[in-house]
Design a protein around this ligand. Structure first.
Ligand SMILES: NC(=O)C1=CN([C@@H]2O[C@H](COP(=O)(O)OP(=O)(O)OC[C@H]3O[C@@H](n4cnc5c(N)ncnc54)[C@H](OP(=O)(O)O)[C@@H]3O)[C@@H](O)[C@H]2O)C=CC1
Ligand SMILES: O=C(CO)COP(=O)(O)O
Length: 328
């Protein structure tokens, strides 16, 4: 693409994606909220607050003026899920109507229980929206460790173009058209990862964790089917791939949050000042599930624990003592 790629949000993931796009040969405009931060990053060529020890690629230009993104060929939206409506609204005011917006956040809007793609389409009804998701820790990606993700857009040709533009030697982007399936995988796995972390924190063993991943995946599949996602998508990188990664590594903020809860830390302290998307999306996820009679006992248990309605031990007890049933 001749025009630069725009990235809105210079946290860990936005900064890693900026380097990825630059390594793929694109000029990149990396937007952040404050001029001080943009100047500091431009001067030091590192984002020490969010991605310490990683040098920013020469093709990345940090800026604090959102209107600079007007010239971008596509904009990646990489701010926390609950800021999507506000950010997409601000971008709608400055972007040409045909500039694609690629959602990179993983979540569901808490206030409305809306999927993030629907939020973006509410705000920019005629503009193309895509989703980028999959098993990818920002630090791994930024260090050039091999990573594979999925990019979906209803316009399959645009999905292919965007995937090609962002793919590089260590970052492989598959493409598809199942927008809903891809975004559901990313949003739901955060909630399930909290459960896996909590079980690990309580010292309940690897077998329990594997059972939770498998039963969590069954929930994810049921939920996605009820909301129009394709089963094949959920079995791929953005579904099973991201679920396995996030449910098995303390590098995940969602897993680490659950782990600290399991160790007995309070809900307030367990986030440790980090963004934990599963806490913002858990209630919306179970509300959507109930609305279509989708059984999601693990997600329900997480929501109960987060709401202070149940302890982890009681939640495990209740999951283990549900009536015996067929596995399907
Ligand atoms: N980190 C990872 O490995 C991955 C993250 N993701 C997803 O990407 C999204 C962002 O995560 P990540 O980059 O890790 O988060 P970080 O906490 O590292 O960074 C968050 C960024 O969002 C900005 N921000 C916070 N609040 C607002 C707001 N109200 N308006 C505008 N900008 C805001 C912050 O700016 P400021 O400094 O001004 O507060 C910061 O630049 C999440 O949905 C996450 O699930 C997806 C894949 C991998
Ligand atoms: O989405 C991620 C990896 O694919 C990052 O997970 P956490 O937000 O739990 O750190």
């Amino acid at each position: 693409m001749p025009a630069p790629i725009g990235i809105a949000g210079a946290g860990a993931w936005g900064t890693a994606l900026a380097n990825v796009a630059a390594a793929a040969g694109q000029d990149v405009i990396l937007w952040m909220r404050t001029a001080e931060q943009a100047e500091a990053i431009a001067r030091s060529r590192t984002n020490e607050r969010f991605l310490p020890g990683i040098r920013l690629h020469d093709r990345v230009r940090p800026i604090a003026d959102l209107s600079t993104l007007t010239s971008a060929a596509a904009v990646l939206l990489v701010t926390p899920s609950q800021t999507t409506r506000t950010m997409a609204g601000q971008l709608a005011e400055i972007l040409p109507a045909d500039t694609p917006l690629v959602l990179c956040a993983k979540g569901i809007e808490r206030e409305t229980n809306a999927f993030l793609c629907d939020v973006v389409e509410d705000v920019r009804p005629d503009a193309p929206v895509a989703v980028l998701s999959g098993p990818s820790f920002a630090d791994d990606v930024a260090r050039g460790l091999p990573t594979a993700v999925t990019l979906a857009c209803r316009d399959g040709e645009l999905a292919r173009t965007l995937a090609t533009v962002l793919s590089g030697p260590t970052f492989r982007v598959y493409h598809g058209t199942d927008l809903r399936g891809v975004e559901i995988g990313g949003a739901a796995k955060n909630v399930l990862a909290i459960a896996c972390g909590a079980v690990a924190g309580r010292g309940l063993g690897e077998s329990a964790k594997a059972a939770l991943i498998a039963r969590g995946f069954a929930e994810l599949l049921r939920f996605a089917r009820a909301y129009g996602g394709e089963a094949e998508t959920l079995m791929g990188l953005s579904g099973l791939g991201d679920l396995v990664l996030t449910c098995s590594s303390a590098q995940s903020r969602n897993f680490a949050f659950g782990l600290r809860l399991g160790h007995g830390m309070s809900l307030q302290d367990a986030a440790a000042g980090k963004l934990v998307e599963g806490t913002a999306s858990a209630h919306a996820l179970v509300t959507l599930a109930r609305a279509r009679n989708v059984d999601m006992p693990v997600a329900e248990a997480v929501d109960q624990v987060l709401g202070g309605l149940c302890t982890i031990d009681a939640a495990v007890d209740s999951l283990m003592n549900r009536p015996v049933k067929s596995e399907q």
